[in-house]
Design a protein around this ligand. Structure first.
Ligand code: HEM
Length: 440
């Protein structure tokens, strides 16, 4: 009897990786919904279908950014360098215009210079890379140096790179609920930036206090830029690592093919799960139906990116033989409603970074590749054209599955805590309730 019980227990334990993570994720979603409430109109959904997704996203009344949505408290908690000063969080108005102009100015780099800058940063940061790596960690120093040079037009000192990576890694780790935020890392970077404001290569918005200027730079360039580029490149390299024929063609093929691979990667693994807007007026939908003012619209990127594609879960760069504008594909948002200001620069830089890696290594991975990539993209780097190290790949798969068991439990506990803490602190709601007190 004891032997049977022991055997049954061993079987349950051995099978954990195959069933526990999915159940824990489902439980986490239920807990999040319970704490957050079911605020929000899902788009696409019953009210607005896929066919009107872009139209509603682009509607002038779909322009409220933060105020009036409980969801904003959560985003502010995770992203904010200063609760009220992040371009992504600002409401439309003079401040937003000034900040968006500065971002455009810093990102307006000619293509050749952007390529050269990426090459230089890759040469400095990828020199020692070999063996088993986590792609997100591998890419972060590169994009930290890249962003630093965009802002200050001089090479990034090691001290600054460590501060930037420390902060960006902290933000993205907490976004994935695999770790808590460490505010001291954020403050150290803010202090560093405060001391460097006079060295920024364009004038910063004059209406902002020095601390707000530092928060602005930190939010857009040393948080969002570094996190997004690291995640996007990690996805791209994971795709190449798991599709050897695509990898080979990308290594030897022209830029057009690599651009198609990037587009398809961002279709399957969009960096935004949901972008929300608060309606500032009514949006008529025809007949007697309308979306009332004050509604929270939740634009679901992964769902939109799957709609209208045959076999949408299959990776197929050939889909982009057609112009992307004809497809349900908005990896950088919609042009009429605060799209990503790096929509032109980011793919250029990603392409060069991918070429620099493919030039030095072959990539192999057997780990799970999901949109949120909580495993940070385990990958084996071998000399170019080396045959796939089969035993190492089997080991990687087993290890990744077991890590997933532990990780899913950590995500459940830390995620629940952070969602609860964000609801408790109500950074966004408090800011709008007491605007004068909250000005830095
Ligand atoms: C491949 C990399 C990137 C992707 C896929 C991406 C994606 C996006 C998307 C989808 C949005 C719009 C979300 C919405 O409608 O609310 C957005 C907004 C934004 N992104 Fe990016 N992004 C990337 C890289 C960057 C970089 C390098 C920067 C550097 C500054 C950046 C800065 C911003 C900012 C400031 C906003 C807010 C725009 C506003 O509200 O005015 N992003 N990004």
């Amino acid at each position: 009897m004891l032997i049977i019980l022991a055997l049954a227990l061993a079987l349950v334990v051995a099978s954990l990786p195959w069933w526990l993570p999915a159940r824990v994720v489902a439980l986490r979603v239920r807990v999040f919904n319970r704490i957050n409430g079911d605020e929000g109109i899902p788009v696409p959904g019953d009210l607005v279908g896929v066919d009107r997704f872009r139209e509603v996203y682009s509607h002038p009344a779909a322009n409220g950014r933060s105020r009036g949505a409980a969801l904003s408290d959560l985003f502010w908690y995770w992203l904010s360098p200063g609760p009220e000063m992040h371009q992504e969080h600002l409401e439309a108005g003079e401040r937003y215009d000034a900040v968006a102009k500065a971002t455009r100015g810093l990102l307006a780099v000619p293509r050749g210079e952007a390529e050269e800058l990426t090459r230089r940063c890759a040469a400095r940061t990828l020199a020692g890379a070999r063996g088993l790596v986590r792609l997100r960690d591998l890419m972060m120093p590169l994009w930290a140096e890249f962003s630093y040079e965009l802002v200050f037009a001089e090479p990034c000192p090691r001290e600054a790179r460590d501060l930037i990576v420390g902060n960006a890694n902290d933000v993205v780790t907490s976004l994935k609920c695999t770790g808590l935020r460490h505010m001291e890392r954020r403050h150290r970077l803010t202090r560093y930036l405060l001391g460097r404001l006079s060295r920024v290569r364009i004038p910063l918005p004059a209406g902002l206090s020095p601390q707000e200027q530092a928060f602005y730079l930190q939010g857009a360039f040393f948080n969002t830029a570094v996190v997004q580029l690291s995640e996007a490149t990690a996805h791209l390299l994971m795709v190449l690592a798991q599709h050897p024929e695509v990898q080979e063609r990308a290594r030897t093929g022209d830029d057009r093919y690599l651009d198609q691979v990037i587009s398809e990667t961002l279709r399957l693994y969009p960096l935004f799960g949901i972008a929300h807007r608060i309606t500032t007026g009514e949006i008529p939908l025809g007949g007697s139906t309308a979306i009332p003012a004050g509604s929270v619209l939740c634009f679901n990127y992964p769902e939109f990116h799957r709609a209208g594609f045959a076999d949408p879960d299959r990776f197929d760069p050939g889909r982009f033989d057609r112009p992307a504008r004809e497809l349900n594909h908005i990896p950088f948002g919609v042009a009429a409603n605060r799209p990503c200001p790096a929509w032109r620069l980011a793919p250029i830089a990603m392409r060069v970074a991918a070429r620099e890696i493919l030039h030095r290594h072959s990539l192999h991975s057997s780990a799970a590749h999901t949109r949120s990539l909580p495993n940070r993209g385990p990958c084996l780097l071998t000399p170019p054209h080396a045959s796939p190290p089969r035993a190492a790949l089997v080991l990687m798969r087993v290890r990744d599955r077991w890590e997933d068991v532990w990780r899913s439990l950590v995500q459940l506990v830390l995620g629940t805590y952070m969602v609860w803490d964000a609801r408790r602190q109500r950074l966004c709601e408090t800011h709008f309730d007491h605007p004068a007190e909250n000005r830095t």
